[in-house]
Design a protein around this ligand. Structure first.
Ligand code: HBI
Ligand code: FE
Length: 282
């Protein structure tokens, strides 16, 4: 189990009585959503819709439009899966929360995206310590409609299934973290957001582009795989891709030699001003 996310003990959670299958999935328990949940969804949705048009990449905004999410109602995974099936063939599966890495990778490798089914409490609007429905659905799912990103995420899952026994999970977790969760992309209009961890966060959607504090460095696979990250505050480093094609191409090769080359090398701190390493890996 890598250190990216601990798999929290869900038995303490109020809905842990709902059984899940061996692959950690369950049917979306739509009847468990309360009026407060529906209002929380509406609040979170409205806040991000107001912020993102000038900040999110067009591929995300186009995906959001394709999903036709209702602004004031939690969507059913069934309706979204019908729409996704007509775009890139991805499907959402409901889970209780973070699931073991190997199970997560297996789902991604089969074009299934695990989505936490419960929604945060009103008092957690701006921060909660693990992914909830809004983070997973609003943050991650729109980009699954983009063919290149959809292929990237499936390739990432396949790589993870292979790497699980290579003790390379911390390196893979960093690649996921600095792209799928907190990635930025360069566009003719300037930097734009594609990372779900930012897109589902009101405060980081603003700070990631406007704050002078973090460094924004070009995508560099070796540097990403050797750079630690913060899980409980804004990122100190954002990696910037030039295109989703670049990201997909980066995951094309078999990573096994990279793990062998880089695993023994010193790691970089999250805020460390480290050199670009891209040219140095063969
Ligand atoms: N489980 N449900 C869920 N969602 C994630 O994003 C997730 C996970 N388990 C492990 C995990 N992410 C990370 O370790 C990835 O880097 C693999
Ligand atoms: Fe996420």
């Amino acid at each position: 189990m890598c250190d990216a996310f601990h798999v929290p003990d869900i038995t303490a959670r109020k809905n842990a009585d709902l059984p899940h299958a061996a692959d950690y999935t369950l049917a979306q328990p739509y009847e468990r959503y309360t009026d407060v949940d529906q209002q929380t969804w509406g609040t979170l949705y409205a806040r991000q819709i107001a912020l993102l048009p000038e900040r999110a990449c067009t591929e995300f905004l186009d995906g959001l439009q394709a999903l036709r999410l209702a602004p004031d109602r939690i969507p059913t995974f069934t309706e979204l899966n019908e729409r996704l099936a007509r775009t890139t063939g991805w499907a959402l599966v409901a889970v209780h929360g973070l699931i073991p890495d190997d199970v997560f990778f297996e789902h991604l490798s089969q074009r299934r995206f695990p989505v936490t089914w419960w929604l945060r409490e009103p008092q957690q609007l701006d921060y909660l310590e693990e992914p909830d429905l809004f983070h997973d659905l609003f943050g991650h799912v729109p980009l699954l409609t983009n063919p290149v990103f959809a292929d990237y995420l499936q390739a990432y899952g396949k790589g993870g299934v292979k790497a699980a026994h290579l003790h390379a999970l911390p390196m893979l977790a960093r690649l996921y973290w600095y792209t799928v969760e907190f990635g930025l992309i360069r566009t003719p209009q300037g930097l734009r957001i594609f990372g779900a961890g930012i897109l589902s966060s009101r405060t980081e959607s603003v700070a990631c582009l406007s704050s002078p504090a973090p460094q924004r460095v070009p995508f560099d696979l070796q540097r990403i795989m050797r750079t630690q990250y913060n899980i409980d505050r804004f990122q100190d480093t954002y990696f910037v891709i030039d295109s989703f094609d670049q990201l997909f191409a980066a995951t094309a090769p078999d990573f096994t030699p990279y793990y062998a080359q880089w695993s023994g090398l010193p790691e970089f701190g999250a805020s460390e001003r480290a050199p670009t390493l891209e040219a140095t890996h063969g």
